[in-house]
Design a protein around this ligand. Structure first.
Ligand SMILES: [Zn+2]
Ligand SMILES: [Zn+2]
Length: 307
């Protein structure tokens, strides 16, 4: 009973905290604006189809699960910061940034943040971290709220890397805050269901078309368009792919679509299956290795004489 009360109190406190934060108010207003645009473009019935409602409901549930887990994640993020401090790696002296205006410092923060995003994201698309990131890709109806469909473990990896990189850079807190808000608003924007490509600026600022190709559930799109804001990182590191308008299906084959419980447990389920398969593969090859090490040769088909 206490657990349920704590859960509800935690959600209520989080909402109250968000409502009084100007940055969060800005995000909320932006989401409402995008929702109004979507309804104006498609009409209420398509914008709020059963598929869309199921998708949004699952995303909101994941968002609230994360709200409850966030204090623990902050704690772990603090531990990462402390561990990083113990390594004694010299950071960039604050005086380096002394004379630059806030907008320029925010740009540096965004550039650094997005560089970290690119490599985090690239790691997330590799075998062992994919079960964590697959939750973001599970959305069959990609929309502005999909930004918030992220597994808590992914948030921890992201925060850990930002903490290390931004601590090392020694940027002032206001520049980091402004940069993070711009990145969040842009991240919401690239998830909306429009085919805007940004024309000649397409390599400079990621468009909804660029990110929809990232969510496309077709093999040729897997692991492509990994940058959040700057597509030139993809161009530089060989993962850029925008062949034209994206009409491919959204989602991730083999991953539950809107089952929140399964999605939350998905990394653990997948990792245990991968570990089991690894043990089975080891058991299959181990007798051969042991025999080789002990000098006992396994009979080969040619050694077997016909009786
Ligand atoms: Zn991804
Ligand atoms: Zn996305």
């Amino acid at each position: 009973m206490d657990g349920i009360v704590n859960f509800i109190t935690g959600i209520f406190d989080a909402w109250r905290g968000q409502a009084s934060d100007p940055g969060k108010q800005c995000v909320f207003a932006f989401l409402l604006l995008l929702l109004a645009l979507d309804i104006a473009r498609k009409g209420w019935r398509i914008s709020w189809s059963r598929r869309a409602v199921e998708s949004v409901a699952a995303t909101l549930a994941i968002f609230h699960i994360n709200i409850v887990l966030i204090p623990g994640l902050w704690l772990l993020s603090g531990e990462i910061e402390t561990l990083y401090g113990l390594l004694g790696i010299p950071s960039v002296p604050g005086a380096v940034w002394g004379n630059l205006p806030v907008w320029a410092l925010s740009l540096v923060a965004i550039l650094a943040h997005d560089f970290a995003n690119y490599w985090n994201h690239r790691l997330m698309h590799m075998k062992w971290l994919w079960p964590v990131h697959a939750i973001h890709h599970s959305d069959p109806v990609v929309n502005g709220l999909t930004t918030y469909r992220v597994h808590a473990l992914e948030m921890l990896v992201m925060w850990g890397s930002y903490t290390v990189l931004l601590t090392w850079l020694g940027l002032p807190a206001d520049a980091i805050g402004i940069g993070a808000l711009i990145l969040l608003l842009h991240n919401i924007y690239v998830h909306i269901d429009v085919d805007w490509s940004h024309g000649p600026l397409r390599m400079l600022v990621a468009s909804p078309r660029f990110h929809r190709w990232h969510h496309a559930d077709v093999p040729e799109a897997y692991g492509k368009n990994l940058a959040n804001l700057f597509p030139f990182f993809d161009w530089m590191f060989g993962t850029y792919r925008v062949p034209g308008p994206c009409n491919a299906p959204m989602g991730a084959a083999g991953v539950p679509r809107n089952d929140v419980v399964q999605l939350t447990l998905w990394p653990l389920l997948e990792w245990s299956q991968m570990a089991t398969r690894g043990v089975q593969a080891l058991r299959a090859v181990l007798p051969g290795w042991l025999a080789r090490d002990t000098g006992v040769r396994e009979p080969r088909p040619l050694d077997v004489k016909a009786e």
